[in-house]
Ligand binder design. Structure first.
Ligand code: NAD
Length: 255
């Protein structure tokens, strides 16, 4: 498919970012929901298609919401999991993974996404800040001080421990929860150590992930944003490319 031509100023930005990507000793990609939008996974905040425009985040993505109505939250996640199983990595995920394989030791991918599309595109070492939507974990520590029994499936309800009734919940970071310490530490190290941070498809509204652009910039990296719309962290960037992940990442990263 022929690529659309960019306006001259954007073409010059693209050439600059591309030149740095191809020679930088360390490149970090920070992705958000927009990275997977062209794989058919809805973003959270896009006004027309965003999940939050149809649902109340407090009820569906918080521990409080899960405790109030586990069946409803479980069903919502089951639907999102089915959507993910039907989705494929897009040209953006593939360009990132191919770039990393071509330049061993250069690339770190940090994602806010709970999908597995970077991994399926061929970058298994992706640092996941917000967990894994395809995995489960127990809601509570086992009250008997040991591991819970294998979870029993229950129609229309989250699986439960046969001994104590503990519920399984999706292994994602919900509103108000801490990020996995190892993941955010590794992400900050990558942001501090890279020469180029490529921020793709994030609104920059969710912290501490949004702070990584500032961390990278203060540490001397150049920061480039790929997003069709304005984001809250555009001011942290040296370069802003207005376009989509699947269109621009191959242009920036392919050999
Ligand atoms: P967000 O929904 O807040 O923002 C999405 C951003 O992507 C917007 O700035 C939008 O302009 C941009 N965008 C839309 N289409 C794009 C495209 N084709 N190419 C590039 N950019 C595009 O998402 P966020 O900033 O990642 O933060 C919110 C939270 O959403 C994260 O915690 C994440 O876990 C969660 N989330 C993840 C997924 C997923 O795993 N795929 C999906 C929805 C939400």
């Amino acid at each position: 498919m022929a690529m659309a031509e960019l306006p001259a100023a954007q073409a010059a930005v693209l050439a600059d970012v591309r030149a740095l990507a191809q020679r930088a000793p360390r490149v970090c990609v920070l992705s958000g929901a927009g990275m997977s939008a062209e794989s058919g996974i809805p973003t959270f905040r896009d006004a027309m298609t965003g999940l939050w425009s149809r649902f109340d985040p407090a009820q569906l993505a918080s521990e409080e919401g899960f405790r109030a109505d586990p069946a409803r939250v479980w069903a919502w996640y089951a639907e999102r999991r089915a959507g993910l199983h039907a989705a494929q990595p897009n040209a953006g995920h593939r360009a990132v993974a191919a770039f990393g394989r071509r330049r061993p030791g250069v690339l770190t991918v940090v994602t806010q996404n709970v999908d597995d599309l970077h991994q399926r595109a061929g970058w298994p070492d992706t640092i996941r800040l917000h967990g894994d939507i395809l995995a489960d974990r127990w809601l509570e520590p086992c009250p008997h001080g040991r591991a819970c029994a294998p979870a029993q499936a229950r129609p229309g309800q989250p699986p439960a421990c046969a001994d104590c009734g503990n519920l399984l919940r999706p292994d994602v970071v919900w509103f108000g929860e801490m990020l996995p310490a190892g993941a955010i530490d590794a992400a900050e190290r990558a942001a501090r150590g890279c020469a180029l941070l490529l921020v793709v498809g994030t609104s920059g509204a969710v912290w501490p992930a949004a702070g990584l652009a500032g961390v990278a910039r203060r540490s001397g990296a150049r920061v480039a944003i790929v997003n069709p719309h304005a984001s809250d962290i555009d001011d942290d960037a040296h370069w802003v490319l207005r376009g989509t992940a699947a269109d621009l990442l191959p242009r920036l990263l392919d050999a």
